[in-house]
Write a protein that binds this ligand. Structure first.
Ligand code: HPA
Length: 272
């Protein structure tokens, strides 16, 4: 089945469970699922109960789709996402975005755990993504273009919506949270990068590095959605400190910033 038909079937299934169109889709990255507790839930659906939907295999990803509201705004949240390193193909990774697009969701907020490439950052920092680098990874739009989703050659000149970035900075200021604004670099994983790779990425202009987000963002922009991205800096990237990286560290920092992250996300949903 083509991605369009697959996404449309899931859209129809989900529309039977809810009676509203969410304005915003929020994707919760590794260790950031606690924010889901802030949602006034209308419907919660396990990925495994959605026919044709992939399932999360990563620790720290709950695997639930939650429809509800935050501060009176209708949203859908993905508690857990799909990564290419799990063995999924790009159609699987971008399927949720396409379902949201077909449902009429307008805004796409992505969050992720990321390593700091910029040595002035520190674990626990939040970074508003102002651009990304991913040219050494396969594009999410590889293959035949389906015009029903978007044009063959979409512009990525403003992948991250400038007005959303301004509003996210406003939200941080209001809450007195210090945030970074920087460039996210997508690496496929699942291994962490080497110190030489991190030095190379720094030279290229990356501030943070992670294993997700970009394929979804590319599909969302292709589909005409407005995107905002927030990285939670969970560790210094490889080679900056004299210690190896672990997924445990990523999860622990996620837990440490839970409160700050939830407050920030709530304010963002409220003001955008
Ligand atoms: N590299 C890649 N992905 C990550 C990292 C990292 O250092 N930290 C959290 N996700």
């Amino acid at each position: 089945m083509k991605l369009y038909e697959r996404a449309n079937k899931i859209k129809e299934f989900l529309e039977e469970k809810i009676d509203f169109i969410p304005e915003t889709a929020i994707v919760l990255g590794s260790g950031l699922g606690e924010f889901a507790k802030e949602i006034k839930v209308d419907a919660e659906i396990d990925y495994k109960d959605i026919e044709g939907f992939p399932v999360s295999t990563v620790k720290g990803h709950a695997g639930k789709l939650i429809f509800g509201s935050i501060c009176g705004k209708k949203i859908v949240a993905m508690n857990g996402r799909f990564h290419l390193y799990e063995g999924y193909v790009t159609d699987d990774v971008t399927l949720p975005v396409r379902v949201f697009q077909l449902m009429g969701v307008q805004n796409y907020i992505v969050t992720n755990a990321a390593g700091a490439v910029n040595t002035s950052y520190k674990p626990g920092d939040l970074m508003i993504i102002n651009d990304h680098i991913s040219f050494f990874c396969p594009s999410a739009l590889t293959g035949e273009n389906d015009e029903r989703f978007g044009t063959r050659f979409p512009s990525m000149s403003e992948a991250y919506d400038k007005a959303f970035i301004a509003k996210a900075n406003e939200a941080a200021e209001k809450l007195n949270i210090k945030v970074q604004n920087g460039v996210y670099c997508y690496c496929k994983g699942p291994m962490f990068e080497t110190p030489a790779e991190i030095r190379a990425l720094r030279t290229l202009g990356a501030d943070a590095v992670g294993m997700s987000t970009v394929p979804e963002v590319v599909a969302a922009v292709h589909g005409g959605m407005r995107v905002l991205g927030i990285s939670c800096i969970t560790n210094m990237a490889a080679g900056i400190l004299d210690q190896p990286l672990t997924h445990q560290e990523v999860m622990e920092t996620g837990k440490m910033v839970e409160e700050k992250f939830s407050a920030f996300m709530k304010e963002i949903v409220f003001i955008i």
